[in-house]
Design a protein around this ligand. Sequence first.
Ligand code: NAD
Ligand code: UGA
Length: 444
Amino acid sequence: MKITIVGSGYVGLVTGACFSEVGIDVVCVDIDQSKIDNLNNGIIPIYEPGLEEMIVRNMKKERLKFTTNIAAAVKESEIIFISVGTPPDEDGSADLKYVLAVARDCGKHMNKYTLVITKSTVPVGTSLRVKKAIQEELDKRKVNIDFDVASNPEFLKEGAAIDDFLKPDRIVVGIESEYAEELLTQLYKPFVLNGHPIIFMDIVSAEMTKYAANSMLATKISFINDIANLCELVGADINQVRKGIGSDGRIGNKFIYPGIGYGGSCFPKDVQALIKTAGEYNYDLQVLKAVEAVNKAQKSILFNKILNYYNGDVKGKTVTLWGLSFKPHTDDMREAPSLEIVSKLLKAGARVKAYDPVAIPEAKHHFGDTISYYNDQYEALIDSDCLAIITEWPEFRIPNFNVIKKLLKTPAVFDGRNIYDKDEMRQNEFDYFCIGVDTVRYIL
Ligand code: NAD
Ligand code: UGA
């Protein structure tokens, strides 16, 4: 079996690496020449645990190749995945220009039956537009070639992408022909061996499933953040409340961790895009609008706590941030809560020092030299007034609190991810502020 994957970003690379890992011949295509050159030299453009080793291993076995030559790649494969970006337009709807450009490339170059599968997250109806674009190109060429389109949304999480792909909770596939179902059943066989189901459905439902899944997860997060904020006011502890509700199987204990708002390349844009789609059908998705509004407010929460602590004035204060990426185990800075916090701190006249185990090169694209970067988490604390935890990297979980206290001018820790224990912080005589727990203030 030979497949082509167009778009070699987070999803395309993980998909390509994992399919080649089970013995399938994969060609990954991208329009970015420098990305492809780097990949051909074993340089992986993103940080994703396990990805580099898997790519290099399969390149050596010659099962995984990288190219910018889409014409050749389309001709070589019967199965083509589209996994290019679908960033938000100015009005919040998904920008489909990259997806449709690839569809046209398929139509321009296919020379035999081809199954074109959209893996990018796309609004309902996009596969039909993909089909139309391919057909238009075939018509221009005046050729009659049979093809199918399918929708196969991806559910991997960054930081755990390889595991999610190899052992998916489920694989969702939208199809409109029996042959496409056969091909996809065959292709995904190695991934469903352990009982993970492959769920076939119509294409529109598959496209909708992806947005519904991300929106449901975003809803859980905004809900718990809203409850966390209320906990602070009434004197309850969200960490206990979370355990209390999470043990109810109907609610579940995943994705109910309070924090400083969801970030990343998908939840924010997908929630926005679904609201937009609903609007096009004159339907008001009220719940999701609230989810978005709560998330926006939540991204300011840690800054507000810092400002409050310094009596409304952080001018001249230095704040050290531990963590910059939108979640641990990735260098992805897209929509990271750190972007909002840094911007607010700088605007208020504070200085910012930062440490992140892997995201500093990415962060430099966003912050430039407006903040200082450190390669050591403790060094980043020297001469700082306080510490803020932005991303819950494992290495921040059991730090040397004595060193932190010695280095900070005020022993204040603002924990945006609730990784520390309030009682332990009290014993260590910190002023400790987290999310959804009544605040602990000892020194000042
Ligand atoms: P990305 O920005 O990391 O990668 C997209 C790649 O496509 C880039 O390398 C770009 O150069 C390439 N590209 C653009 N136009 C092209 C063209 N015409 N031909 C060839 N290559 C082209 O994006 P991503 O994070 O991998 O996301 C891709 C899609 O998958 C999006 O729709 C996203 O919503 C969805 N998704 C992402 C994740 C995730 O964790 N990042 C998870 C599930 C679904
Ligand atoms: C998310 C989904 O989890 C994937 O299933 C989906 O495929 C992907 O989006 C996508 O469509 O791109 P990802 O954005 O990589 O994956 O990361 P998550 O682990 O979902 O985290 C997203 C954000 O939510 C992070 O900022 C994280 O800190 C926050 N979060 C997550 C919370 O604040 N609380 C939680 O309990 C869980």
